[in-house]
Design a protein around this ligand. Structure first.
Ligand code: HEM
Length: 139
């Protein structure tokens, strides 16, 4: 069950990342103050990432492990650290333009790391073996 949740939540994380990029890029180009939509979209992205890490760690603790998962784990933890740190910098920055730049960089860099982390276990970002298993079971 945790595996299916982890596999499914990944789509939400990726969607939240793309929505945050649109909102932060709009804020940056519109020269707005670092406003509520920017804060909320960044918080949803980092929050869903944190939940994803918790589910991943639960899977490992329950015994799902093979060596290639180390790359998945390291790259994804790095992604979470980058997103969390840069979104906090963005929030605290008094110059709103710089704030948007920090937060936007955090989302873009962390998404690239996530793609690498997912590739480390031989999947592309939208590929789901969990879904394949459900479909095979239904046949
Ligand atoms: C750093 C903490 C994380 C740990 C310990 C972890 C652990 C795992 C484990 C044990 C699996 C099962 C692998 C398998 O059975 O082949 C898995 C699969 C997966 N993880 Fe993570 N994960 C973490 C973070 C993330 C993050 C942040 C994302 C992306 C947002 C992610 C996306 C995926 C995807 C897409 C799969 C494959 C699901 C499928 O094929 O249906 N993981 N992870």
């Amino acid at each position: 069950m945790v595996y299916y949740a982890h596999s499914g939540l990944r789509y939400l994380v990726l969607l939240a990342g793309i929505v945050a990029i649109v909102i932060l890029a709009r804020g940056l180009s519109g020269k707005r103050p670092y406003d509520r939509p920017a804060r909320i979209s960044s918080a949803i992205y980092t929050g869903s990432l944190h939940l994803q890490v918790v589910l991943g760690i639960i899977m490992v603790v329950l015994g799902r492990w093979y060596p290639a998962l180390m790359g998945h784990l390291i790259m994804n933890l790095l992604a979470v650290a980058v997103a969390t740190m840069l979104s906090a910098w963005g929030r605290r920055e008094t110059d709103s333009r710089r704030g948007y730049k920090y937060a936007l960089t955090g989302v873009v860099v962390s998404l690239l790391l996530l793609v690498g982390g997912i590739a480390a276990i031989g999947r592309h970002p939208f590929q789901s073996r969990a879904l394949d298993q459900i479909e095979a079971g239904a046949r």
